[in-house]
Design a protein around this ligand. Structure first.
Ligand code: MCN
Length: 783
């Protein structure tokens, strides 16, 4: 192979298209489609007494109005429970359109189809829904109190409850270990709600030709959306195609499958025989999509004089909003991955996930880990403060050592498998991050502090992902995989893998993701899994194609395939490129029809190759074409890790907080493309700074979201994000052939912990909740 692209900072191939405005997002499609809009509940909790559509019926351009009553049985069922985990004792999902009770502001109640969106919105405004308001349950304490219920049949509002306990080597439980420890601390930590807020909201565009249904959705999981639509509409899978076009960010919120709109829009498109499109607006996204992060954590820890944790007990109260199609996964991840890079004596974790009359919770980049890391890293900082030790020293004594891998944390992971770390080198990583930020030379001063945070992240979860690779007779390589892309650079990295494996220039490789016409079996893009899962699947598919190409070329060149290699798109005897055959010709020879792109190849190949009178043109067990499929299914997740450090400055008068330096050392195993990984980390850190200092969902006591717009929901601009300095450590994963671990969520995970750590250092106060605004810091200072 002359090309070596794996590990190189190849420029993102999708960028010229996306940055020059040539992306094709959901709303760029279906310009002739009818428009859909929804009447959504203005109440956080109410009974629907009556819906009167009569005042809207005379609007010119109105096509249809649907309420729950109009839906056929299959369509009108509650949406599926996506994670039916045993901890989820009272799983509740919404109806696609509210049936008799609404449980959060923004819940869809009536669907309107009109000739354009303006008219559809006008019709919505004319429809009269008579609500009987009910008591809204808002906030974790109120939900846990259980005096008012979100669902009448869920006592105490507790939808899920889980306890896991890991005993110490001496067989002690956490309570006993804490009791026996020389020192103990107890404290409470709060993280407020935030949300993914991708630039492009959700959206669905559907068309039905009487036989086949094609649906475009701004989704992270096109294959699952396809299965959900087929099931709800009673269509055989081969008659449903779902395509994720360019997706302007997902960050977790677009994992849900199906969203109500993904069922309702295709259903109405079939019923009306018309193309239909719904594009979410910003306010809808705030009040009707999904949030995350809201959690309260009570911690008790026992430790020795060196700061070694002997026992840790964490009780978590998690807010999963009004429904829980997916929400359960978030506290499970917090609970099971909280221990991070540390070996803890004994650990007990218990969570209760409660319903509130707020928008539902689904994973948002990091998915429960930012809360868990905040908990573990606050614990380390508090121990250091108590013992008067350097914060890095306390971490160091607790680290799992490089020779202890594979390391079994004794927990059961979210996929039901044991949580075992595959590889890592945490002490080295700490040395790297300390050096990068200059930890030992830093001298804190009033208003200037340094902070640190460490984490471990289970990435690349199964069950599987697949890849298809085809070389066509023009010598081009077509790669497809079923998972979707929202900006992660998959077109580039998957092409790097294929180009390397097949020995072709990357310019000849094209990549398609998220299109069920091209690849029907897939799980989706979340849990930082694409690189591990589809990366390895594509590599396996390439190996099959390569093997076949060498076999066919061996026949043509009268050489042993074992002596052949491929470079620059030519198959040749290793060491003597003069006797060669282009892959384009091999692709022609792979199909007895000999379909060549140019006359010369057509002539050269017409009677060449393996056809002989005593053998069928396609031998038994052989398939025509130069293509192959690979599936990768890991035995368990691989564990990436990272350590971040930051320097913050605070204004003595206004308490304004500025992050002046931010450094990251990250280990995602073998890097496919370091530049893309750095970009992912930068984006994650920016989101993390948002979570630490700006972003919160401000609900009032009636369940009204007070800041449901980008005017009121604060985000960091480029001016609030410092230059992020990154160092890479590569401890290859032994679990997959490419040795990679995931990277997509990493950046966001420890940021709140790091900034809290640095603020404490700068201010000499304790920070036990995030986000923190200047006015809150001012109050903490005592005004
Ligand atoms: N990569 C690499 N080498 C590695 C690991 C990863 O080069 N060892 C590259 C991958 O090939 C990929 C990128 O880094 O191009 C991220 O890879 P991975 O960690 O596999 O994450 P996914 O591709 O599965 O993306 C999902 C992840 C998640 S869970 C969220 S949330 C998130 C994120 O990615 N949402 C994003 N990054 C996002 N980036 C953008 N622009 N938009 C989103 O919605």
């Amino acid at each position: 192979m002359t090309t070596k692209l794996f590990g190189e900072p190849v420029q993102r191939r999708e960028d010229p298209r996306l940055l020059a405005g040539h992306g094709r997002y959901l709303d760029d499609l279906g310009s002739g489609a009818l428009a859909v809009a929804f009447v959504r509940s203005p109440h956080a909790h109410a009974r629907i007494r009556d819906i009167d559509v009569a005042p809207a019926l005379d609007v010119d351009g109105l096509v249809a109005i649907y309420t729950w009553e109009d839906l056929p049985e299959r369509v009108g069922r509650p949406l599926p429970l996506l994670i039916p985990h045993p901890a989820l004792t009272h799983g509740r999902t919404a109806y696609p359109l509210a049936r008799d009770v609404v449980r959060h502001v923004g819940e869809p109640v009536v669907m309107v189809v009109a000739t354009d969106r303006y008219l559809a919105e006008d019709v919505c405004a004319l429809i009269e829904v008579d609500y009987e308001p009910l008591k809204a349950v808002v906030g974790l304490e109120e939900a846990a109190h259980g005096a008012a219920l979100v669902h009448d049949d869920v006592p105490g509002n507790v939808g899920a409850h889980l306890v896991q306990e890991v005993l110490s080597a001496a067989g002690r439980g956490a309570a006993e270990a804490i009791e026996a420890a020389p020192h103990t601390l107890a404290f409470r930590l709060d993280i407020e709600r935030s949300a993914s807020t991708p630039l492009e909201g959700r959206g669905v565009y559907a068309r039905w030709d009487g036989t086949d249904l094609r649906v475009y959705s701004s989704t992270q999981t096109s294959t699952s959306v396809r299965m959900a639509i087929a099931a709800a509409l009673g269509l055989p899978l081969p008659h449903v195609e779902v395509i994720a076009p360019d997706v302007g960010g997902g960050f977790g919120v677009k994992i849900v499958h199906p969203w109500p709109e993904e069922i309702l829009v295709p259903w109405a498109a079939m019923l009306l025989g018309r193309e239909l499109k719904w594009t979410e607006d910003r306010r809808e996204h705030f009040i009707a999509a999904a949030h995350e992060r809201g959690q309260v954590q009570h911690v008790r820890v026992g430790f020795d004089d060196d700061g070694r944790v002997l026992g840790l007990d964490v009780t978590i109260l998690h807010d999963h909003g009004a429904y829980t199609p997916y929400g359960i996964i978030v506290p499970i991840i917090t609970a099971t991955q909280l221990l991070g890079p540390y070996r803890i004596g004994a650990y007990r974790v218990e969570f209760s996930a409660v319903y509130t009359n707020t928008v539902q919770v689904t994973p948002y980049r990091g998915a429960g880990r930012p809360q868990g890391v905040f908990c573990m890293e606050r614990t380390m900082d508090k121990i250091a403060r108590y013992l008067g030790k350097d914060r890095t020293q306390v971490r160091e004594v607790n680290f799992i050592q490089p020779d202890e891998f594979p390391y079994d944390q004794g927990m059961i992971f979210q996929d039901g498998r044991p949580l075992i770390y595959d590889s890592g080198d945490y002490p080295r990583m700490l040395r790297m991050v300390k050096e990068l930020i200059g930890w030992d030379d830093f001298r804190p001063a009033p208003g200037r502090g340094i902070g640190i945070g460490c984490y471990v992240e289970g990435t690349g979860v199964g069950p599987y992902e697949g890849g298809h690779v085809q070389i066509t007779s023009d010598g081009r390589v077509h790669v497809s995989t079923g998972l979707t892309s929202q900006g992660q650079g998959h077109e580039t990295v998957f092409a790097q893998i294929a180009a390397d494996r097949l020995g072709v220039p990357i310019e000849r490789v094209s990549v398609v993701t998220g299109d069920t016409r091209r690849f029907g079996y897939a799980v989706g893009t979340f849990a930082s899994r694409a690189a591990v899962m589809s990366g390895n699947a594509i590599a396996l598919a390439c190996a099959k194609v390569r093997e076949k190409a060498l076999r066919i070329a061996g026949d043509a060149l009268e050489a042993d395939p074992a002596d052949l290699t491929i470079s620059e798109g030519l198959v040749h005897v290793a060491g003597s490129p003069s006797a060669s055959i282009p892959l384009s010709t091999v692709a022609v020879l792979a199909n007895p029809l000999r379909y060549a792109f140019d006359e010369e190849t057509a002539k050269a190949t017409q009677f060449a190759g393996t056809a002989s009178p005593d053998r069928p043109p396609v031998a038994e067990g052989e398939e025509p074409g130069l293509e192959g499929r690979g599936y990768y299914s890991p035995i368990r997740s691989t564990f990436a890790a990272g350590m971040h450090a930051a320097i913050v400055e605070t204004d003595p008068l206004t308490a304004e907080i500025k992050v002046v330096r931010y450094v990251v050392v990250h280990d995602c195993g073998k890097l496919i493309n370091p530049m893309i990984v750095e970009g992912q980390i930068h984006g994650g850190v920016a989101q993390g700074i948002g979570g630490a200092l700006y972003e919160r969902m401000a609900y009032d006591a009636d369940g009204q979201l007070q800041n449901a717009s980008f005017m009121d929901f604060l985000m960091p601009y480029a001016t609030e994000v410092p230059r992020i300095e990154t160092g890479h450590l590569e401890t290859p994963s032994p679990l997959n052939p490419l040795g990679i671990k995931g990277a997509g969520e990493a950046g966001v995970i420890p940021v709140s912990a790091v900034i809290a750590s640095a603020l404490e250092d700068a201010e000499g106060i304790e920070i036990d909740r995030m986000p923190i605004s200047p006015s809150e810091l001012f109050d903490l200072r005592g005004g």
